[in-house]
Design a protein around this ligand. Structure first.
Ligand code: ADP
Ligand code: MG
Length: 253
């Protein structure tokens, strides 16, 4: 989940899509790569109380499978396993400055657990930097949540610049799909932006649209996932549809 704009639904998508894929019987790992650690806090992991976070995985010189059991939290209630993040992630930019192939770290460490999961979802920070590059390089698909308002659409340019830059050095082009989030179909401006997204990006926009649903904030406040609050709510149903689309998409490719 990547978009350098904040508040567009990256974390909500990582958690809700993760839970939806889990409900479909898929083995899922969600990783919080955001120094703000919103996903972690949502799941009641408070970074200041944690000994091990996603950060540890970046600081090892060599990928050690032994580290994984210490950073992975099992959450059968949520439907996925989870790796918490923390503010320490923001220092990686400096820590890794001298490291060779620093964009490949996550890709390499994920090899140790890749076989245990059908899907690994990476919740990215809202800025372009070493974490975002690592996440994109490690991914088969970059899911870009875009809030259907004009400013949000304008904001994705920076992300596309990063993708283009990486396409110049990676062995295969970065695959991406955009997801319309927080859509308000009664608002003319939103409908217009959604139409513009479909026109510009065509098949690279998911059919599924995530509409506004107050249940997300409710879930957040209660430290639960939307499925635990109300699995018939619009948001829960739409993330289930998205999960089905993601699975179908993958089977096609
Ligand atoms: N479809 C939605 N409808 C209503 N509120 C939403 C929706 N998706 C996310 N939110 C709320 O919007 C806020 C920002 O979403 P979040 O997923 O944290 O964005 P990001 O990770 O991109 O910063 C959160 O409070 C979240 O609960
Ligand atoms: Mg977030």
């Amino acid at each position: 989940m990547a978009n350098q704009k904040g508040g567009v639904g990256k974390t909500t998508t990582a958690l809700s899509l993760g839970a939806a894929l889990g409900r479909m019987g898929r083995r899922v790992l969600v990783m919080d790569l955001d120094p703000h650690a919103n996903a972690s806090i949502h799941l009641a992991y408070y970074p200041e109380e944690l000994e091990h976070t996603a950060c540890d995985l970046f600081l090892l010189e060599t990928a050690s499978p032994a580290l994984w059991p210490r950073v992975i939290k099992r959450r059968p209630d949520a439907g996925f396993d989870f790796v918490p993040g923390g503010i320490r992630l923001s220092e990686l930019e400096v820590d890794l400055r001298e490291r060779k192939s620093r964009g490949l770290i996550l890709r390499t460490v994920l090899e140790a657990v890749g076989g245990d999961y059908d899907y690994i979802l990476l919740d990215c920070p809202p800025h372009v930097g070493v974490l975002l590059v690592n996440a994109i390089v490690a991914s088969d698909l970059v899911l870009i949540p875009i809030q259907t308002d004009f400013l949000a659409l304008y904001g994705i340019r920076l992300l596309f610049d990063t993708i283009r830059l990486l396409n110049g050095v990676l062995p295969r082009p970065v695959r991406f799909m955009a997801l319309a989030t927080m859509h308000d179909r009664r608002a003319g401006a939103c409908v217009k932006v959604l139409r513009m997204m479909r026109k510009k990006l065509g098949a690279r926009v998911f059919e599924t649209v995530i509409n506004l649903d107050t249940k997300f904030r409710e879930a957040c406040a209660e430290g639960k996932l939307i499925f635990e609050i109300d699995d018939q709510s619009r948001g829960a149903v739409e993330y289930m549809l998205l999960a089905k689309e993601v699975v179908a998409h993958e089977e096609d490719s």
